[in-house]
Design a protein around this ligand. Structure first.
Ligand code: PLP
Length: 370
């Protein structure tokens, strides 16, 4: 049935007839022209496991999944504006105060809002390259001036080079995606002492490395540590992340973020994960680390030299990243192939999974030319 146009409104037909008179469509900001939207690794044929985005191959943490199902009953209401229930749980978990916690629709959201809160258009942002793919995108969208510093062959954070940029914001990621490599304690300490603006430490993979800078992200400090439920807790689809920082840093980020960015379902499920799934998370993180070490040793025996990883993935420099990714895909395992990654060259990033899945990856590496 077609609804009649209300008085004063044009029908669809009128609009089509009048299209020639309408002004041209709006033009988006020129910075956006250089940004490609995120594409998942394409899947072809039957997929045994998708290890391309480093989510949790063991599935979601169970208490969280149960809480998400129950929360569905209550979604007629808004969630708490800034995630106060989850903040309280996280404060107890990390032994900080609730006002030192900021939540978001994934840690991506927290990071982007932090950049917007501390970097006016034209402000300088620096990071070690290569790093998390979203960082250059956020910089461009926000009109920041990106001055990345390349890793050397050891993948150490170069504090002197980062400081030389005199940036309003310094982004660090440890363990770093996509290399898996860790930041050195001394380099980070020096940045926290001498950097001029906000320092962000992205700890998306900290549950696999056991290393954290949360103790440095307290009142009066310049550090924001970000964490996510997407990896170790297996809740990527929920979109729940958080940051820990001085209360004034938290407040500034929340002003940009706005209320209700963490959905009611995400808040309940993430809170349940902190309450009842810590053992599940730690057991599976331990298995991921042990499989990573086993895959590292196995590939070394085949003549590969994986990068030293502290994460739930192993990044392996190869002659042809796409050929290895294709060989894995033919065996039903989706991995991320990179072509000419800065400093690394062609590489493949493999997220951890139960060992029988990784045996297919081992076989694929074995069949391609080194
Ligand atoms: C996966 C990942 C995140 C998590 O993003 P969410 O938005 O929380 O899902 C953040 N940083 C890095 C480096 C990652 O690899």
């Amino acid at each position: 049935m077609r609804l009649p146009a209300r008085s004063g409104e044009h029908s669809i037909e009128d609009r089509v007839v009048n299209a020639a008179d309408t002004p041209p469509p709006p033009v988006s900001r020129p910075e956006l022209a250089g940004i490609a939207r995120h594409l998942p690794v394409p899947r072809a044929g039957s997929v045994l496991a998708d290890l391309s985005d480093s989510t949790n191959a063991w599935g979601p943490s169970p208490e969280a999944a149960r809480a998400a199902r129950e929360a569905a009953r209550d979604v007629a209401a808004y969630p708490t504006p800034y995630g106060s229930e989850l903040k309280a749980a996280l404060a107890a978990y990390h032994q900080v105060r609730p006002e030192e916690v900021v939540t978001g629709c994934g840690s991506d959201d927290v990071i982007r809002c932090a950049f917007a809160a501390f970097g006016a258009p034209g402000a300088v942002i620096t990071w070690m390259e290569p790093t998390f793919v979203m960082i250059p995108v956020f910089a461009r969208v926000l009109g920041l001036e990106a001055r990345p510093v390349r890793f050397g062959p050891s993948f150490d954070v170069d504090a002197a080079a980062l400081l030389a940029e005199r940036a309003a914001m310094t982004y660090l990621c440890s363990p770093n995606n996509p290399t898996g490599t860790r930041a050195g304690r001394e380099a980070v300490a020096r940045l926290l002492e001498e950097a001029e603006g906000l320092v962000v430490m992205d700890e998306a993979y900290a549950d696999f490395s056991g290393e954290s800078w949360i103790a440095d992200a307290r009142a009066g400090r310049r550090l924001l540590v970000t964490r996510t439920f997407s990896k170790s807790f297996g809740l990527a689809g929920l979109r729940a992340g958080y940051g820990i920082a001085s209360p004034d840093v938290v407040e500034a980020i929340e002003k940009v973020r706005g209320p209700f960015a963490l959905s009611l379902v995400a808040e309940r499920a993430a809170t349940a994960a902190i309450g009842g799934d810590l053992k599940w998370m730690r057991d599976h993180a331990r298995e991921a680390v042990s499989n990573r070490e086993r895959l590292d040793e196995t590939l070394r025996r085949q003549g590969y030299a994986p990068l030293a990883s502290g994460a739930n993935f192993l990044t392996v420099p190869v002659r042809d990243g796409m050929a290895v990714a294709d060989a894995c895909a033919r065996r039903g395992v989706i991995v991320r192939g990179f072509r000419a990654l800065p400093v690394v060259g062609d590489a493949v990033r493999v997220a951890m999974a139960p060992w029988p899945v990784l045996e297919h990856v081992v076989a694929a590496f074995d069949e391609v030319p080194r």
